[in-house]
Design a binder for this molecule. Sequence first.
Ligand SMILES: *Cc1c(COP(=O)(O)O)cnc(C)c1O
Length: 241
Amino acid sequence: MERSYIEKACASVEEGLKAVRHDIEEAAVKSGRDPGEVTLMAVTKTVEPVYINYAISKGVRLIGENKVQEFLGKKDELDLSRCKAHLIGHLQTNKVGKIVGNVDMIESVDSVKLAGEIGRQSVTKGIVTDILVEVNVGNDENKFGITVGNAPEIIDEISRIGGVRIRGLMTVPPFLEDAVETRKLFCRMRQLFIDIDSKKIDNVYMDILSMGMSGDFREAVAEGSTLVRVGSAIFGQRNYR
Ligand SMILES: *Cc1c(COP(=O)(O)O)cnc(C)c1O
């Protein structure tokens, strides 16, 4: 009996999900954490709606997309009544109007200017947009995000903007061969997360630390991540990015 291509691909999504959930749980338990503290986001960029909806049917409750146009193009086909969606990719100021109100959170806020525009558009629509501030923890010139050093000041400035609410931090570390080095970066992020939280800034809630992708989510969980963004380990390799 030959199974169709879609059925086979779905079976592989289910296996990927199972393996990722298992590894999150194992990494959490090993480091003395409650696995329930870690949310799994399925990163669905380049993935067709049929597979995204399959993942949702298998319990995925959060997806991440990194391009505004791509997400808006497939949004209506997705079963978003039981699944939240975050924007995780770089956002240009001129696309803010299109995305505000269409996602549950924007994780990739990397400047006061961008936060200001998200706030302005949110106020116009009568909503408050939850955001994460993206930190370039590895000082990688190919990555977006503010520096660890500038974070306290920038977060303080953003906290005063109406229409946005800071919910935590996000990072994409550079790829490092040595997992021990990656862990150090995640550890630095967690320290920053705790530091900012201890300042008790009005309108700043440090409840989400978004870090860890297919290649490094185990290290991220060990270092305190509360949200891992996993794409290829669930859906297979992408053709781009
Ligand atoms: C693509 C992407 C991911 C997921 O990457 P994988 O290596 O496929 O798990 C996570 N975060 C961001 C910001 C991404 O763009």
